[in-house]
Design a protein around this ligand. Structure first.
Ligand SMILES: CC(C)(COP(=O)(O)OP(=O)(O)OC[C@H]1O[C@@H](n2cnc3c(N)ncnc32)[C@H](O)[C@@H]1OP(=O)(O)O)[C@@H](O)C(=O)NCCC(=O)NCCS
Length: 159
């Protein structure tokens, strides 16, 4: 697994201070530019999800995050969403490290497939990480998206 020096990737409990910081990051990067914000109901509904944060070791700041949710009605399938890295720390491998760590977390919890809705402008990021697009583009939160998926390897004895 690729690690980024000075960055720690850990799970954030729903409702904890780090999770709230990550929500602000998600709101700023993924929602505000579209004129959208999270409703309290939407955030409360995330209590069963897995939240991963990338922390700057020196400052403790949350500079990247993502959310993993089980796909309802499809056992073994997990959905990755809300992937965001703060503007000043992009192209350093932090997004890729988050996605790879999420795959390890999901595989360890028995998931065998990762699915996601990629913004079309970001599909290349996921392709580099082994995700394949399927179906036609569709519009979600006002912008074009592609459905993508990747089969997850079962964890090894040592992993
Ligand atoms: C997409 C995002 C999470 C990538 O994070 P990042 O930390 O900059 O990504 P990395 O540095 O780990 O990039 C890994 C590789 O993907 C490439 N990459 C990054 N963004 C890309 C993009 N939009 N399209 C194609 N390739 C991209 C990088 O150049 C790098 O390539 P390399 O392996 O050849 O060096 C970040 O740009 C972001 O937060 N964007 C805005 C929010 C967003 O669109 N989220 C995704 C919603 S589906």
């Amino acid at each position: 697994m690729m690690d980024v020096p000075g960055i720690t990737i850990v799970e954030m409990p729903h409702g904890a201070a780090a999770w709230r910081e990550a929500v602000k990051l998600r709101e700023r990067i993924l929602r505000a530019p579209l004129g959208l914000e999270f409703s309290p109901e939407e955030l409360a509904a995330e209590s069963g999800d897995l939240h991963l944060g990338a922390f700057e070791a020196v400052t403790g700041a949350v500079i990247g995050c993502l959310v993993l949710s089980p796909v309802e009605g499809k056992p073994g399938a997990c959905r990755m969403r809300q992937v965001a890295v703060t503007e000043s720390r992009r192209e350093e491998g932090i997004g890729a490290a988050l996605v790879m760590r999420a795959e390890v977390f999901a595989a360890a919890r028995g998931f065998r497939e990762m699915t996601l809705h990629a913004r079309e402008s970001v599909a290349g990021f996921y392709e580099r990480l082994g995700y394949a697009a399927e179906g036609s583009p569709f519009v979600e939160v006002t912008i074009p998206h592609r459905a993508m998926r990747k089969t997850l390897e079962a964890p090894t004895e040592s992993g």
